[in-house]
Design a protein around this ligand. Structure first.
Ligand code: DX5
Ligand code: ZN
Length: 239
């Protein structure tokens, strides 16, 4: 793993890069997962879509299991599915797995959060751009991460919604002020430019990147290095 010692020695949080395999070449998925792993990714972001919660179907359990064969990294599993509690155990298979459910998709969010914890996984809650922070506040003390959607979920390659940065800033403030452990993750339209930089300055410590990492313009290791370099030294100091 590429570690930013300078930033970390200043007390800044390590910024984790989570390539989203939604943008990968699915005919060569194993190789694409190995490539980002070798290039210093921190997590593998896995987008599961059911065609109901979002207007698109991606892949399910068998593909997630196949991905595990090609990496030792934790899977950052983004469940864009209705009532994810019903399918939780199909996706949660390793103690390092991070399972992210949408606040909008869970009638009983508190129960679902504890379901993941009781099964030994790390748990995150995702918020759509139109969903207020209040939707997650009651479970915030129990979370490992909050995923702030910076696009409306369902597709890769969309443009970053700048207004979402204020939510990242306010959410990070609440987490820091209360001494909670949750990390803030951003997902959607994050590139090696101002979108990544502003997200990190606002308090995000996990950056999901699909098309910024898997694209035809550059090899995966070059794209990973560009992302890492662009946020170097920008992390908000830990308190
Ligand atoms: C969107 C997904 C994202 C997507 C990001 O619904 O949750 O994870 O793969 O792709 P980019 O980085 O291309 O916006
Ligand atoms: Zn995602």
């Amino acid at each position: 793993m590429t570690s930013d010692l300078t930033a970390e020695s200043k007390g800044e949080a390590h910024i984790q890069i989570a390539p989203s395999i939604l943008a990968a070449d699915f005919a060569n998925l194993g190789r694409q997962v190995s490539e980002v792993t070798a290039a210093g990714a921190d997590l593998i972001h896995v987008d599961v879509m059911d065609g109901r919660f979002v207007p698109n179907i991606s892949f399910g359990e068998v593909v997630v299991d196949a991905v595990r064969q090609y990496t030792h990294l934790p899977l950052n599993i983004h469940l864009m599915i209705e009532e994810p509690g019903n399918l939780m155990s199909s996706f949660l298979k390793a103690a390092t797995d991070q399972v992210i459910v949408h606040a909008e998709a869970c009638t009983h969010l508190h129960r679902t959060v504890f379901q993941v914890k009781e099964q030994g996984g790390q748990v995150g809650v995702a918020l759509n751009p139109g969903t207020p922070i209040a939707a997650v506040e009651e479970v915030l003390p129990f979370l490992d991460l909050v995923l702030v959607m910076t696009v409306n979920p369902g597709f890769g390659g969309q443009s970053f919604i700048p207004g979402a940065l204020d939510k990242v800033r306010r959410l990070s403030g609440i987490i820091r002020a209360n001494g909670y452990a949750a990390q803030v993750e951003v997902d959607g339209g994050v590139k090696a430019d101002q979108t990544a930089q502003d997200s990190v300055r606002a308090g995000a410590t996990i950056l999901v990147a699909g098309t910024a990492i898997y694209n035809r313009e550059e090899p995966v290791p070059a794209a990973m290095e560009k992302m890492r370099a662009c946020v170097r030294g920008l992390g908000v100091a830990k308190c």
